[in-house]
Design a protein. Structure first.
Length: 380
């Protein structure tokens, strides 16, 4: 019902037994009636929990918003991977509204990309697409019909002691003088590649013989403390001697420039001469030096296999899986997944452990059973 107060039209009506009385803030009766109708609709939608409809969004706009949000959360390397994934997705989905993306269009994209890229790469790209759609509550309806390719779950290889020795000897002869201490430390600590590359001197405590991890792939990996064994301590002390003026905030493996050939008189490394070091900037990558060292050693492996080797040896030595998980920096979900993956390791330690379940009482019972069997055999 509409009525006037001065020049302003008001409306009142009953909703769910309650009297609603409100100003339309309009001097025109028709506009006041429209204001009343809209107010009634808003009340009804709120009462019936009808969600407010949002304007359709282009995939390209939603992807830019996702990248802006993840800048605050992801490590630089992860952000690069995310952008690379979206670079492949944009030509197909960029001009589409999110609501127009169907399971068929996604499956067609997967089929076409598999002709150009590995299954793992395609799955990573669909992961970025999923993140965009999930942000707008659209992935759940599509997921049952998405046909993701099977990815080979390669856990890597555990190097033998002989292979490790050959690889370290080859790393020591590398043009990159930081390759040997980095690889040797990785074999003795199981650090991730990024954790190793971004390591600072303030994270190493020579007195307490421990290393505190800084930025990590997961929140469970960041800040964890890894005890340093004799091998790791020896390598780090020898490497630290090259930087007498080092500061806590300096990187353990800084960016360096090399030139010339022959033997460096100061550091004694063959094959290169260091003529520039930037302690406030970490080394960019060991990729070229690592590939050359593997080739000289005649070994085919990944850098991550140094970490895998450290993990395997801990389990083979009978170290409890929970302790290994703490050293490796695994999250609880990753720990469950990897317990199945590494389940074949350390069977000797498991066999030794279950021997403790029999106890002296079982031995007495077994003797009694054997005595009864002998007696029964005599009577017969």
């Amino acid at each position: 019902m509409l009525y006037r107060r001065g020049n302003i039209w008001w409306f009142k009506f009953r909703f769910c037994g309650r009297l609603i009385q409100k100003s339309s803030k309009e001097t025109n009766r028709n506009r006041a009636a429209e204001a009343e109708r809209q107010y009634r609709n808003r009340l009804a939608d709120a009462y019936n929990a009808v969600p407010e409809r949002k304007a359709p969004v282009l995939f390209s706009v939603a992807a830019d918003a996702l990248i802006a949000e993840k800048k605050r959360k992801l490590a630089p390397k992860s952000l690069i991977i995310e952008r690379l994934n979206l670079k492949h997705l944009r030509p197909v989905f960029g001009a589409k509204l999110l609501t127009d993306i169907t399971a068929d269009t996604i499956n067609n994209y997967i089929a076409e990309r598999l002709e150009q890229a590995a299954a793992k790469t395609v799955v990573l790209e669909i992961g970025s697409l999923r993140a965009v759609l999930r942000k707008h509550r659209l992935w759940g309806a599509l997921q049952p019909d998405i046909e993701l390719p099977a990815v080979k779950n390669d856990i890597g290889q555990c190097l033998t002691w002989e292979q490790q020795a050959r690889l370290l000897q080859s790393c020591a002869a590398s043009r990159s003088r930081s390759l040997y201490p980095a690889v040797a430390l990785d074999f003795n600590s199981g650090l991730r590649y990024s954790e190793l590359r971004l390591l600072c001197w303030c994270q190493i405590d020579f007195d307490k013989k421990q290393l505190r991890v800084g930025v990590s792939k997961t929140e469970y990996g960041a800040g964890r403390v890894i005890p340093l064994n004799d091998g790791a301590l020896a390598v780090l002390k020898q490497w630290a001697a090259n930087f007498p003026n080092r500061r806590p905030e300096h990187f353990v493996f800084p960016a360096e420039q090399y030139g010339g050939k022959g033997k460096d008189e100061q550091f004694g490394f063959a094959g290169a001469c260091v003529y520039g070091t930037e302690p406030t900037r970490p080394i960019g990558s060991w990729k070229e030096a690592w590939e050359a060292a593997k080739k000289r050693a005649g070994i085919v492996c990944r850098f991550h296999d140094c970490r895998h080797t450290a993990c395997s040896r801990l389990l083979e030595a009978g170290v409890p899986f929970s302790v290994v998980a703490a050293i490796m920096g695994w999250s609880p979900s990753t720990m469950i997944r990897l317990s199945k993956r590494y389940g074949h390791i350390g069977q000797a330690a498991c066999a030794e452990a279950v021997k403790n379940l029999s106890g002296p009482g079982f031995s007495w019972l077994q003797n009694e059973i054997q005595s009864e069997e002998k007696t029964a055999g005599t009577i017969q």
